[in-house]
Write a protein that binds this ligand. Structure first.
Ligand code: AMP
Ligand code: GLY
Length: 426
């Protein structure tokens, strides 16, 4: 096969991990990234494209003979970048705008699950505060209130009391999250798992499970974040649960999307709750998880570019996915203040020492170069990722690398993987 140029869209730790995976491919010609970050720049030529300007992205792809565009974040997918690329004859990994509604609209997804029998919590959808309050009055607590649309994880309230639920509804209908539509959803009790499946519209292949740590503080306390660390595989997610998830959730979704005339291509990221009944869907994302991708890439044995191309080409029935044995675990280093306001620009030292630790990769999530210095440039800044034979070993290696970093303005959780470590020591 001739080598292929690839354009990767995005600038976070997820994209650094994807760039690292793509760079190892024997099929890769030149990797470009827009806008990328200094870590991604170790593997790719960074280009200053405005990703919202689809015509400019298309022109770049034609000029650089791009064989595949890999879209990291959901924003460009929901904005229809893949549709416009396809119309211009440029191949991309990621769903169309219509298929991206699985992430872009919680209401769409809940209605879809009801129609195709996909297990998820009971729900109601409301465009009026009065109707929402009337429905709420008849529901047990805890209960979950969600703003529709992309709210970057911030539009969700798990309310322990009815008063808390009412306040969340009032926030939504005051327009705080844009469109005033609320979903009220039954609370699902269990352990959360992030599950990934590569899809080509017809076929799906399992692409691993992981557990994320959403709360900012040790012991899963404090506000929700984009994710403070993850590990894969997740011991709670057995092969039997994975098989059920494929049969009961992923494959019915693929069939349903095809039946609606909007086949799903790309990666389907199912946020699952493992309840007493089995896997139930909390939500779909239509992109890779961050920081879950960082651990998946460390474990992936097969060629990433081959797999992403197969998804774009409708050829996933011809591939298999194999993993290295062992566990990968990533610790997110964030700037103090995250997930609130953070101070940007503090210098990060000790990266070379941390990176030289055995079986460790450090992915850049929010960094930039200021002259010769590497400085923090966001909330989540670095993903210190390690491989080990057990979760406990991977955890020790990751924290040994964290301790080589000299960045007083940063912090991390010290207990990433605690659930799995506790299971291992039983
Ligand atoms: P979402 O943005 O839909 O992923 O929700 C953010 C977080 O809220 C999830 O990761 C869960 O921890 C929690 N959550 C959302 N929906 C539910 C639910 N129905 N039951 C329990 N927890 C939920
Ligand atoms: N780590 C969760 C997400 O990527 O949405």
């Amino acid at each position: 096969m001739p080598r292929m140029n690839v354009l990767l869209i995005g600038s976070g730790g997820r994209e650094h991990a994807l760039a690292w995976g793509l760079a190892a491919s024997p099929l890769l010609g030149t990797l470009f990234a827009a806008p990328g970050n200094p870590g991604i720049g170790q593997h790719a030529k960074l280009v200053g494209l405005d990703v919202a300007d689809h015509a400019a992205v298309i022109a770049f792809c034609k000029a650089e003979n791009i064989g595949l565009v890999v879209v990291g974040p959901e924003g460009p997918l929901v904005a229809g970048l893949v549709d416009d690329l396809a119309a211009a004859g440029v191949k991309a990994f990621g769903p169309s705008k219509a298929a991206a509604q699985l992430e872009g609209s919680k209401g769409f997804t809940k209605d879809f699950c009801a129609e195709f029998g996909i297990p998820t919590g009971a729900y109601g959808r409301f465009t009026s505060l009065a109707d929402a309050k009337a429905y709420l009055a008849a529901q047990p607590v805890p209960i979950v209130i969600k703003a529709d649309g992309l709210a970057a994880g911030k539009g969700v309230t798990v309310a322990l009391t009815r008063a808390e639920a009412q306040a969340a509804l009032e926030d939504i209908f005051s327009g705080k999250f844009g469109a005033a539509e609320a979903v009220i959803e039954a609370y699902l009790d269990g352990e959360e798992v992030s599950f990934f499946a590569l899809c080509d519209g017809e076929h799906a292949v399992a692409f691993g499970g992981a557990q994320d740590h959403k709360r900012v503080g040790d012991g899963d306390t404090g506000p929700n974040t984009g994710g403070m660390g993850a590990y894969s595989p997740a011991p709670v997610f057995t092969a039997a649960l994975e098989a059920r998830t494929m049969a009961e959730i992923i494959l019915p979704t693929l069939r349903g999307m095809k039946a609606r005339g909007i086949p799903f291509r790309g990666v389907l990221f199912a946020g699952l709750m493992i309840t007493a009944k089995g896997p139930e869907l909390i939500e779909y994302n239509v992109r890779f998880g961050d920081p879950e991708t960082q651990v998946l890439m460390m474990r992936l044995k097969d060629d990433l570019l081959t797999l992403l191309l197969a998804a774009a080409d409708g050829a996933l029935d011809k591939v298999s996915v194999r993993w290295w044995p062992g566990v990968a675990l990533t610790v997110v280093m964030a700037a103090q203040g995250y997930p609130g306001d953070v101070l940007k620009g503090s210098e990060i030292r000790g990266l070379a020492a941390a990176e030289s630790c055995e079986d460790v990769e450090i992915f850049h999530a929010g960094t930039k170069l200021s002259g010769e210095k590497l400085v923090a440039n966001g909330g989540r800044v670095l993903n210190v990722t390690a491989l080990g034979p057990t979760v406990g070993d991977a955890q020790k290696r990751a924290y040994a690398a964290v301790d080589q970093l000299d960045w007083p303005e940063g912090f991390c959780r010290r207990d990433i993987g605690w659930r799995a470590v506790a299971r291992e020591s039983k």
